[in-house]
Ligand binder design. Structure first.
Ligand code: FAD
Length: 313
């Protein structure tokens, strides 16, 4: 079996940043980018907070540049999903390829509402990231769907930009921590609607114009004008293929020393998983920041950890 020094699984900012570092360090690097090369940023337009892009950069343009940069240093890209792994020592197997070390950077997906119009209007008024897109909604009327801490955080982030934010939650109480709930409820820009759900998203062919909301108690259906809809009902890390091979938390995020810190992590490899030599980076580990720049930063850390670990053997 062909064996590489590093196999990277993923094709988003974390994977490409990792591949640039490992390939530039002259480690034979193979990258399985899966079916969605470029990752989440392929489904957005302008990214305004990528450091160094003064006037912003289009998501797909950024990802093609990251891929080309990794390839320039010799990383080999395969557009194939990884469906099977074997992390038994001393050599690992990823699909049909062998590896001395592995970096998992398979990202996560925001959970959609699954209603008519949502997919077509994503990036055109419908967003899954308030930190990323909030600034596009200055002085606009927006809605947030969700009831957990993430929805509360998104709502508070939006109060800096939007003129009015309505939080829609399908239950009669929030799931979020008390302190976050209070901050949201006490904010004069925020209205809260419990026991309601968005059942349809409407556009004019270009952008979001409205939402249809069902009042679950009264059974009434009403259309509202909307300029922005932020969906904050959770994320799913793309880690199903890892189950039973590395430790995952109850939501499927890969456990590393960094996110589930152990006392000795500073002396070890912060991005290492429960298997020595297997590292993880980006949104499949990070349930907190979920940004392109942080994912890339984690990718760089994983690459440096893998390099150091290979040298130590
Ligand atoms: C619409 C939208 C807009 C956003 N806007 C911004 C923004 O403006 N600024 C910002 O900082 N962040 C933004 N984000 C968040 C940002 O895109 C993510 O934080 C970042 O992409 C995470 O990078 P990642 O490399 O961890 O994973 P991802 O980007 O999720 O990439 C994961 C990759 O892994 C691959 N993969 C998955 N499973 C497998 C498998 N089994 N085998 C092989 N490959 C696999 C996929 O094909 C994909 O290429 C936005 C996200 C979305 C959805």
């Amino acid at each position: 079996m062909e064996t590489k020094q590093v196999i990277i699984v993923g094709g988003g900012p974390a994977a490409y940043a990792a591949a640039t570092y490992t390939a530039r360090a002259q480690l034979e690097s193979l990258v399985f980018v899966g079916e969605r090369s470029g990752g989440q940023l392929m489904s957005t337009t302008m990214v305004e907070n990528w450091p160094g892009s003064e006037h912003g950069i289009m998501g797909p343009e950024l990802m093609l540049a990251m891929r080309a940069q990794a390839e320039r240093f010799g990383a080999k890209i395969v557009e194939e999903n990884v469906v099977s792994v074997d992390f038994a020592a001393p050599f690992f197997r990823v699909n049909d390829k062998g590896a001395q070390s592995v970096i998992i950077a398979t990202g996560a997906e925001s959970l959609p509402l699954g209603v008519t119009g949502e997919q077509e209007l994503t990036g055109r008024g419908v967003s899954y990231c308030a930190v990323c897109d909030g600034a596009f909604f200055r002085n606009k009327k927006v809605f947030v769907v969700g009831g957990g801490d993430a929805a509360m955080e998104d709502t508070l982030a939006l109060t800096k930009f939007a003129s009015e934010i309505t939080v829609i939650h399908r239950r009669e109480t929030f799931r979020a921590s008390k302190i976050m709930q209070e901050r949201v409820i006490n904010n004069p820009k925020v209205k809260v609607w419990f026991n309601r759900e968005v059942i349809k998203v409407i556009g004019d062919g270009i952008r979001l114009t409205g939402i249809i909301v069902k009042d679950k108690v009264a059974g009434k259906v009403t259309e509202y004008e909307a300029e922005g809809l932020f969906v904050a009902i959770g994320h799913k890390p793309a880690t199903d293929f890892l189950r039973g091979h590395v430790d995952l938390d109850e939501k499927g995020y890969v456990k590393t020393m960094l996110n589930y810190g152990q006392a000795d992590w500073l002396d070890g490899y912060p991005t290492m998983t429960s298997v020595a030599g297997v590292f993880a980076a980006g949104d499949n580990v990070d349930f907190r920041y979920r940004q392109a720049a942080t994912a890339a930063g984690f990718g760089v850390m994983a690459a440096l950890d893998a390099e150091k670990w290979l040298e130590s053997r």
